[in-house]
Design a protein around this ligand. Structure first.
Ligand code: FAD
Ligand code: PYC
Length: 415
């Protein structure tokens, strides 16, 4: 792979940009791999990348039924933060956030990480108590967050109306090193690096069955034929229940569409990310100038990957209270992605009842921020067959043993 650099851009500028390589290859599947990863979203691709980088395992295929990054990875509102309450969560989300800081250099691909700061508004007394508790927990965990008052909120976000008609802004949990990144670029950067290591990213190839011999996985059945494997990693977010079913077990996961939309582009108006969880809506401005707006989840389980009518009204009404200037914007488009919700709003990174088969799912409404940390932890699990310190608490056993990792407040999104 040719490295991207200022010299490469200058060289290509001299020859009508005819010399760029394809960013990744599009191979046909081989008959057998050491590891097959199902799902070329951020988590699947990051798992492959760290398998190669940290463990030297490169005979790997990443199998995707659509196009890479076309699931939730390419549909999310790109918020990256690590202000979670429980220790195992803070550890994995902060690992991910810190990997994001240098991911562009690591992948030699500009993922446009923008540590512009994320604030979660407190608009009720109980939110103040909840966020102060998170601030204290984060201090002990080494995650830099602080509770700020309404005047500081207004200073950071002048377009905000802090005296809202229903819920005044009473303060916010502020994480200055949190931010956003370009979601497609995260998938593309990992895919390019995986392809460069000799891994096969196989798109338009759906896994329709899983074969086993003596309780160990042996192959996956796909729309491009049966492919043998020594190990299998299932990383398919909202479709995890189907994959688990193919492997012969059930998951404590529900699938539901989470909603988002963007406005027409305007000049820079807000340079931090705001999550307003009581009125419910969240907002940031993309580099193109669009207001990126997130809503809640549909109120029923589904696999539609479509925008829902009710969220247009519900979310814009909520955000207009907090940002009155939004009322003058036109909305450009809306969409939904199928998120995988666990009961405690924490992920699953785990061995499964089928031998040499591992699962990474349950990131629900909040897994974009965790992609590098999740891939790091999942690669260790797949390579060693046992979870390392980052993944240990997130095993499937916790649902049987009652070891829940309750992050329903930190998840921040109505579901
Ligand atoms: P995906 O990106 O969905 O990848 C899974 C892939 O598996 C898909 O490409 C799918 O096609 C493929 N697949 C499924 N079944 C099969 C099969 N049988 N065979 C082959 N391939 C298969 N998180 C944040 O941290 N911050 C946010 O601001 C944020 N906002 C969000 C906003 C919205 C509207 C949505 C929908 C989600 C948001 N999230 C956010 C959550 C985040 O997007 C997800 O948690 C994360 O992207 C999940 O990544 P993934 O790689 O696990 O899944
Ligand atoms: O997890 O920060 C988050 C988030 C924001 C919008 C959807 N998820």
């Amino acid at each position: 792979m040719r490295r991207y650099s200022v010299f490469a851009i200058a060289r290509e500028a001299m020859r009508q940009h005819n010399g760029w390589d394809r960013a990744w290859a599009s191979p046909e599947p081989k008959s057998h791999y050491d590891v097959i990863i199902v799902g070329a979203g951020g988590h699947g691709l990051a798992t492959a990348y760290y398998l190669g980088k940290n463990f030297g395992i490169k005979n790997v295929a990443i199998i995707e039924k659509g196009w890479l990054g076309g699931g939730n990875t390419g549909r999310n509102t790109t918020i990256i933060r690590s202000n979670y309450l429980q220790d195992p969560s803070a550890a994995i989300y902060e690992k991910a956030r810190s990997l994001y800081e240098t991911l562009s250099q690591d992948l030699n691909y500009n993922i446009m990480f923008s540590p512009r700061g994320v604030m979660m508004l407190a608009q009720t007394e109980s939110e103040i108590r909840g966020y102060r508790r998170t601030e204290y927990a984060n201090t002990l965990q080494g995650v830099e967050t602080r509770f700020i008052g309404p005047n500081e909120v207004k200073r950071l976000v002048p377009i905000m109306n802090i005296h809202g008609p229903r819920y005044p802004v009473l303060g916010a949990l502020w994480q200055p090193r949190a931010g956003t990144a370009r979601h497609d670029a995260v998938a593309w950067g990992y895919a390019r690096a995986c392809s460069d290591m000799g891994m096969d990213v196989i798109q338009n190839c759906e896994v329709t069955g899983i074969e086993s011999v003596g309780g160990q996985v042996s192959a996956v059945v796909t729309t491009k034929g049966t492919i043998g494997t020594k190990k299998l990693a299932m990383v398919v977010a909202g479709h995890s229940g189907h994959l688990a079913n193919m492997a012969g077990f059930r998951l404590p996961v529900e699938s539901v569409a989470l909603q988002a939309m963007v406005s027409e582009p305007i000049k820079p108006a807000i340079d931090v990310v705001v999550m307003a969880n009581t009125v419910h809506g969240y907002l940031s401005q993309s580099d193109k100038g669009e207001m990126v707006i997130g809503g809640g989840a549909d109120h029923f389980n589904n696999y539609t990957q479509r925008g829902s009518w009710m969220h247009i009204e519900e979310t814009t009404r909520a955000l207009v209270e907090t940002f009155p200037m939004l009322s003058r914007l036109k909305m450009l488009r809306q969409w939904g992605g199928i998120v995988d919700m666990t009961g405690d709003r924490s992920p699953i990174i785990s061995k499964t009842p089928l031998g040499n088969t591992f699962i990474n799912c349950g990131w629900g409404t909040g897994g974009f921020k965790s992609i590098p940390g999740s891939g790091w932890a999942m690669a260790e699990l797949v390579a060693k067959g046992e979870p390392g310190p980052l993944a240990q608490a997130f095993s499937l056993d916790r649902f049987r043993e009652g070891r829940f990792i309750d992050e329903s407040v930190a998840a921040g999104v109505a579901h």
